[in-house]
Design a protein around this ligand. Structure first.
Ligand code: PAF
Length: 284
């Protein structure tokens, strides 16, 4: 496994692999890798001939007062995990490599980014789109892999790829959960033992939402209320950013439960940790 710090090095290595007819799979990450990331790597290994992972804690997607400086970083551990998974190339750039002095060009998706996390983290998806567009330009992959835990992010990336004509297929893979249901996240490491114990109630609240949706008897606003109740009653001091029931394609609130797919998405602060989770429900 090669570790490249420089853009030119990545370009050179990928170019050689492409010349040999290899299909390039790419997983962009911010490191602090867990089974969720590794599930993406494993799928890429199955579908592609050459797998690239980037590790870059992207400053432009963090707002003022967010956790940029405390975000977990352990490159040595990440490198060993990726080596074991048979990754071919790790791109590990410095901030100055991705954002040289005078950097002033950004990529912004302006529709899907207005909802859910976009409301609470202004500028976040602009930072995500900018860095992912840059990484796509550097790595030049055939297929890129994202997790469904960041459902909105994946939808926005798909839109960006379509709108800006990136010749890249986007795969979105299922959320990987701990045994007790908590969605895996690098930010789970911020949780105190007590917070960790009650955090699975987030997923339990989503399961309740799914059950209520499938009963087809309740309005989305009633279901949102019930979900909030479960969170408030079981996760003391949780600060709810949102509980939303939306169309998975537009990310807009739905007014009533109809046939088709519905997304229930939540974002909740447990102490320092802002946790997000979601569930897709198919109504027949
Ligand atoms: O999902 C993440 O880890 C990040 O948002 C991404 C896609 C690597 C961009 O920095």
């Amino acid at each position: 496994m090669i570790v490249a710090l420089k853009i030119e090095k990545v370009r050179e290595i990928v170019k050689k692999a492409k010349k040999k007819g290899k299909l390039i799979g790419f997983i962009p990450t911010m490191g602090a890798l867990h089974e969720g990331h590794l599930s993406l790597v494993r799928r890429a290994r199955k579908e592609c001939d050459f797998v690239v992972v980037s590790i870059f804690v992207n400053p432009t997607q963090f707002g003022a007062g967010e956790d940029l400086h405390t975000y977990p970083r352990d490159f040595k551990k990440d490198k060993n995990l990726l080596k074991k998974e048979g990754v071919n190339l790790v791109f590990y750039p410095k901030v100055s490599t991705m954002y040289p002095k005078g950097f002033s060009t950004y990529v912004e998706e302006v529709s899907l980014s207005k909802y859910l996390c976009g409301k609470f983290r202004p500028g976040h998806f602009r930072g995500v789109c900018t860095v992912v567009a840059k990484l796509f330009n550097v790595v030049n992959p055939d297929i890129a892999y994202f997790g469904q835990k960041d459902f909105q992010q994946a939808q926005i990336i798909k839109r960006m790829v379509r709108d800006l004509n990136f010749p890249i297929k986007i795969r979105v893979l299922p959320i990987i959960r701990e045994k007790d249901g908590l969605a895996m996240s690098s930010r789970n490491s911020y949780l105190s033992p007590y917070q960790r114990k009650v955090a699975p109630y987030l997923y339990k609240s989503l399961i309740l939402a799914k059950e209520l949706i499938l009963k087809k008897r309740y309005s989305p606003s009633k279901i949102r209320k019930e979900v909030k109740k479960v969170i408030k009653e079981n996760i003391p001091y949780a600060k709810i950013d949102y509980v939303e029931i939306v169309s998975p394609t537009t990310l807009r609130r739905i007014k009533k439960i109809d046939k088709g797919e519905i997304l229930v998405a939540v974002a909740v602060y447990l102490g320092k940790a802002r946790l997000i989770d979601n569930i897709l429900v198919r109504v027949r």
